[in-house]
Design a protein around this ligand. Structure first.
Ligand SMILES: [Zn+2]
Length: 285
């Protein structure tokens, strides 16, 4: 091939790649506490806007030629009008988004004997929890300014949905934080696969989550994998969709083996099903 032909071929490849990235499916929109609001902010012929919500930066990607913001809505948000700040062309515009009410069901969990410390942790565990909260806060504040973000999440394990996101939880009758993610039930030892391309932010053994892996997918989109039996990746490692992160286990606050998956946008836990629904339908068959 001549040099110009090579260059043309490379250019075509790039075009195809960027077309594929632009067509990656977005999560399902759900303007409720724990949901995702999708804001279309005009053609990509204009400069890329910067978007803020609750004093935190928000993901903005080029989706099919439009600047598109994906805003994570915290579970504790009171329904009603909420301001999203958009900075573009040296101007600031406040966009009001309407958050609708959503009542999440209650769930009552009985932790077996020997696991009571997960309901009312003793002093030494409380000290550990406090230490770990700092580490987890740092992990979740990760922001990488990537041009594209792989929002095309596939199932990390082919399990049935155990507990969905958002359940108001009671452990041995005591009210505790709501369920922060999605539980996929699979036997211990089942490989857990990266749902999309990303980079390992950190791994560790934390009090509540047990063995955990956190992936950075870019611009504040982070996924977390909890209660793992084995961790097969290292901090800083790049992963592609389908790469094995480790295996399903029963470490941390659990009653049996399953994968608990969290998804975060703008440092907010959102419902992972919004990213996975397409695959959950087929997996349930
Ligand atoms: Zn869970």
């Amino acid at each position: 091939m001549t040099e110009s032909r090579l260059r043309r071929a490379a250019f075509l490849c790039l075009l195809l790649l960027s077309a594929a990235a632009a067509a990656a499916p977005l999560p399902e929109e759900s303007p409720v506490p724990g949901g995702v609001v999708i804001l279309k902010l005009g053609s990509n012929r204009h400069p890329k806007p910067k978007v803020w919500f609750d004093k935190r930066p928000v993901m903005v990607i080029d989706h099919q030629g439009d600047w598109t913001a994906l805003v994570g809505i915290p579970l504790q948000t009171t329904p009603g009008s909420r301001p999203v700040e958009v900075f573009q062309d040296g101007q600031k515009v406040t966009v009001e988004v309407e958050i609708l009410p959503k009542e999440y069901p209650a769930q009552y969990i009985k932790l077996p004997k020997g696991k009571e410390r997960y309901v009312s942790p003793p002093a030494e565990d409380l000290a550990r929890i406090k230490r770990e909260r700092k580490i987890l806060g740092k992990i979740l504040s990760t922001w990488s300014q990537t041009e594209t973000v792989d929002t095309d999440f596939h199932l990390p394990v082919h399990g049935r949905v155990g507990s969905p996101f958002g359940l108001r939880r009671f452990f041995n009758g005591e009210p505790r934080n709501p369920h922060s993610g999605l539980d996929l039930v699979a036997p211990a030892g089942t490989p857990i696969k990266a749902p999309a391309a990303g980079k390992v932010i950190d791994t560790g053994d934390f009090f509540f989550t047990g063995n955990a892996v956190f992936l950075d997918h870019g611009q504040g989109l982070i996924s977390g994998y909890f209660h793992m039996q084995r961790i097969d990746v290292k901090p800083g490692q790049k992963v592609q969709r389908g790469d094995i992160l480790g295996t399903v286990g029963a470490t941390g606050r659990v009653t049996g083996p399953h994968l608990h998956m969290n998804v975060y946008l703008n440092r907010t836990k959102v419902d992972p099903e919004l990213f996975l629904r397409r695959h959950l339908k087929t997996a349930a068959k």
